[in-house]
Design a protein around this ligand. Sequence first.
Ligand SMILES: *Cc1c(COP(=O)(O)O)cnc(C)c1O
Length: 427
Amino acid sequence: MQKFATRDSKNSTDYFYNIKADLPELPEPPLHPGEKRPINKDDLLPLFPEGFIKHETTLEEKVPIPQKVLDVLSMYRPTPLVYADGLKKYLDTPAHIFFKYEGAGPTGSHKSNTAIVQAYLAAEEGVKRMSTETGAGQWGSALSMACSSYGIDLSVFMVRISYRQKPGRRIMMEMFGADVFESPGNRTDAGKKFFAEDPEHPGSLGIAISEAIELAIKDEGTKYSLGSVLDSVLLHQTVIGQEAEKQMKEFGLEPDIIIGCVGGGSNFAGLSFPFIGKNLKENRNIKFYAVEPEVCPTMTKGELRYDFGDSSGMTPLLYMYTLGKDFVPPPIHAGGLRYHGMAPLVSHMQKKEYVDSVSFPEPDVFNAANVFLRTEGILPAPESAHAIAKVIEEAEKAKAENKEKVILFNLSGHGFFDINAYSKNNK
Ligand SMILES: *Cc1c(COP(=O)(O)O)cnc(C)c1O
């Protein structure tokens, strides 16, 4: 079996795949936080560029990727699709294991895919500054890179626990020219509240989102940018699954099982939605697993209902699996998976039983990362290692059943900036 699929532009795509065009039933709409009616474009205009709002609301199946976005994406896309023969041998499994390596992007995760689109859409409308939150720092780095490509300033609110644990990410953002603030802090009303209670508050994505939104609302020249959860962000990530499908054809195989980790749901959606489209339209029978940490069990233990996307109740109400907006997850090392909610579209997929979710405890996740490093030579992001834990379980199941299953998973990022996390835990 060859090791890599071709990274030629013939395996790229020039459109985003919009699964909403193929769904028999659409998810419940986002509601205005005060008036509890479906939100409209005017509600979103103070926060987001108009082009972005179009991506959020369109029902068109194939959304064209602007040429200037393709020019930047082609720096690193298509990303590698790799046949994990080292892992296969180690597990002594008849399963074929493939991973899509999104860590090959410029800042080491899939987040560049939407960051580049969002910065471009803002620049086109003359936006001068963007504001955002970041957990582990991957999103902040991705948007810093994208803003610097299109000449936009950026303010990043970084969850305190990650700010302290991952100074490398902060330095990288600053090298791209971004201003980075520890969250919660006392720059915004939303931050002050928590900061006053506890200046060492570990922070959460929900709180950092409130801070970034407040900045955009108070300053007309600033637009807000979100790295996950929204329909448009998931849409931008579908380049992953479209490429993977073309690349797998080179191996003459099609996936039976697709696995991705879930924080807000975007990398999982990016890989799986084009394939869920096949299940819906071509009657295929691919199984999908969304994998989350046991201590932040949004899909496995959360409730499906309307809830706020942030902690202060400033965002629209989203119909999603949620642990409640006040849930502050313990400070695990997979900072990107510490979010109380789940993308409404991914939530809908579970409600309709198109996908399944599972959770793993941190020791299993670190073990999976270690096995992967030693067998495939790549240190995975702690987030991505959640997906690997499930891959190992499925590969072992295939062995027990003696079945040649084809497993495809998303290696959403590398863990080279997370090395401290591994040194403390990986005994
Ligand atoms: C942010 C991040 C995640 C979680 O976010 P999703 O929107 O669920 O994809 C997972 N893996 C990596 C490497 C990340 O940076």
